[in-house]
Ligand binder design. Sequence first.
Ligand code: C2O
Ligand code: CU
Length: 457
Amino acid sequence: MPLTGCMSVLGPRNGSGRLADTIVGKKSITLTARERNVALVPGKATPTWLYNGELFPVLRMKQGETLDVTLRNELPEHSSIHWHGIRGPNGMDGVPYLTQMPVLPGEVFRYHFVPPDAGTFFFHPHCDTATQLGRGLVGALVVEEKQQTFDDDLVLVLKDWRVDAEGRFLPFSTPSGASRAGTFGEWRTVNGLQSPRIKLQASNARVRLINADATRISQIGIAGGSARVIAIDGNAVEPFPLDTWLLGPAMRLDLALDAGAETHLVDYFAPSPVTLATLTFQGASSISGQTPSASPKIQTEFSEPWRHTLELGAGLEGNADISPQPITLPDGKTIDLADSLCLATDTFWTLDGKAWPGRSHSTLPLPLFSFARGQNVILDLENTTSRAHPIHIHGHTMTVLAASLLHRPLHRADTVLVLPNERVTVGFVADNPGNWMIHCHVIEHQETGMMGWFRVS
Ligand code: C2O
Ligand code: CU
């Protein structure tokens, strides 16, 4: 592949392993999506697609402030930004053909809204995602509580890369991967580095883990220090000690770390544990910081719910029915033609026995559900397959109420990992009007059928 532009060694600011923060909330910014050659594999150029030429930009703001981001698309194909986990207005959700028109090459789109919740979020495109995310288009959004209670605050983005030893991209999706657990990256990184060593400024640190990988589920644990889980998908929980936690694609975990001299972040999912990063701290333990003693109110009662078993299935029983009605976008535009970039290619996976339609169809499927605003909903996510599926809903946060295999503490999430042959019960209030996606966040599963949408009106 011919290389364009100059090659530069990426990001790890002064070799610190920390990602660059951009303070938003008081000012508007532009994120330009474009190609840049970077040396992921030392000495080799990889033609990544990045926002502002930066690896995993971290946008930081305070709760209550306005996020004002203009996407400028300098890619050869259309794109958009989905603000994952944000219960924002539908027109800002960044799903081409469902909430906005795609942002064509050369175009701009302004995202402008107040994220209601504090927490650790991230953002990524929502079309041709295996390719666009695979090439690096992803960033973190941190909405800080008004009061900061930690002496250090570290974002760690987990993402593998489909590159060969020369740094060339390999196919982002393969039929054998898509029909199984997904196609895994060859080059594992945290903040773009292999097993980085990162200096903490204090022993009392908040570590925000974001699994931005398209495929890999990590089983997060630590060695050489202790940590308590303080938030899941950005939602505060009653703090509990971290043993290990299964972190599927798109899931986040906030830890209150009490660091030792060397604290290792470890993935115990692999046959032999993999050290993802080593956090080092020198000096006396800091005492100024404290864990938020949050006792978050988590809704567990959902009165008069609409209750439904949503089957996460494999094999093609049939494509979803195509909507006979054109979709009206939140800005009032009406569209009825979807672009093939957003459609499934092969179909291997289903929701309720229906696959998101393949290339032969040109419009959106019918919604899986329609709710009157305010409806309480309980979904039994029933996985009848032999693979795990991180199921994500847009615009809402679910309470994870019960699970048949793996016990989870009471928490809220926007993405819940449903293990093979597991049934996980979630509840939420359908209180955010609009058209919202629900899908598996193993991107190849999403793009080969395990995706649908619902309407709240
Ligand atoms: Cu993070 Cu519908 O996506
Ligand atoms: Cu899946």
